[in-house]
Design a protein around this ligand. Structure first.
Ligand SMILES: [Zn+2]
Length: 327
């Protein structure tokens, strides 16, 4: 028999921000999986995918799920990437501060009340209305045991692209998960700001595959032997080609195209279609972020290039074996 979803609210204080948690407890010992949507309030795909998860009966046979469709409610209400009151990006202020601004207090609440008791984190993001990204699952891959398990879960998610990172910038949900020793993955998808059924279905089925991989759902398919495209890199600013002129960006490559260092990725043009700048790829790899909004200023990143994972890194030992099978 399927357990029922229950909802409760976590609060930072009587007048502070809070969030709604949808919990499904199998009543059987097993992992606690936290699933976050809406860390960025304008990334509606992750919000509705998380919401859809809580509307379907799940034959959970071990552990418990804690799903937060809207992590930053004020940012969601403002259709914004940042908190409307403090201007802060929730995904840059973890682990947060109990006595900080609303966004910092929210990060502290998520850290203390959700992540500290979690065994696995799944953070559902999307691309933005300005910049396109492919459907992928990403995670830290720094050689630690938790990261090795996260790589396996990112593969299990079943996206056509996996992007692993040798290190993480400060303030992310994945950063605090790393510090707590918790395997954590995140997902991104194209058409940011739009509810697209292919992306929503990919997120819902991806989460279900991760739960199956953790032996929390009955079906536990073998992981595919290969990841269609496996990227590796830190995702820092070095990989971004930037506009140096103000004007309008016109892309000459498509998302996930393979490019060589120095290859043109697009131009910045003026209203008379005169070319103000030829923008070149900063590195060899796949185009993993591509600006779709034309207007750019000097310094606007327009294309992000990520390298294919080098074979010398090898495969984490459990990347191709369902993690539920290891216990
Ligand atoms: Zn995001």
């Amino acid at each position: 028999m399927s357990a029922a979803w229950r909802e409760h609210r976590l609060r930072t204080g009587p007048r502070g921000p809070g969030l709604d948690v949808h919990e499904l407890d199998s009543g059987v010992p097993g992992p606690t999986v936290v699933i976050l949507g809406g860390v960025h309030g304008n990334e509606v795909g992750g919000i509705v995918a998380a919401g859809r998860l809580t509307r379907k009966p799940l034959p959970l046979r071990a552990g418990r799920l804690r799903v937060v469709p809207v992590t930053h409610e004020a940012a969601y209400q403002a259709d914004s990437r940042v908190g409307p009151g403090d201007g802060l990006n929730l995904a840059r202020v973890f682990p947060g501060r109990a006595d900080g601004s609303d966004t910092e207090r929210l990060a502290h609440l998520v850290t203390e009340r959700l992540l500290r008791t979690a065994d696995v984190l799944i953070d559902l993001h999307t691309s933005s209305p300005e910049t396109e990204m492919p459907l992928f699952a990403g995670c830290l891959d720094d050689g630690s045991e938790a990261a090795s398990r996260a790589v396996g879960l990112a593969v299990a998610f079943g996206a056509p692209v996996v992007w692993t990172h040798g290190s993480l910038g400060p303030g992310r949900t994945l950063t605090v998960a790393r510090d707590l020793g918790i395997p954590a993955i995140y997902a991104e998808s194209p058409m940011g700001g739009v509810l697209d059924d292919r992306n929503l279905d990919a997120y819902v089925s991806g989460v279900r595959r991760v739960l199956a991989d953790l032996a929390m759902l009955p079906a536990r398919p073998a992981r595919t032997a290969t990841v269609p495209v496996w990227l590796h890199g830190d995702g820092d600013v070095d990989m971004f080609s930037q506009a140096t002129a103000g004007g309008m960006f016109h892309a000459e490559v498509a998302l996930m195209d393979r490019v060589q260092a120095g290859q043109p990725v697009g131009t910045v043009v003026d209203p008379q279609a005169r070319v103000l700048q030829h923008i070149l790829a900063t590195a060899a790899g796949h185009v993993v972020t591509l600006r779709r909004r034309a207007h750019v200023h000097p310094g606007t990143p327009v294309a992000g290039i990520a390298a294919t994972r080098p074979a010398s890194l090898g495969l984490p030992s459990d990347a191709l074996v369902p993690s539920g099978a290891l216990r």
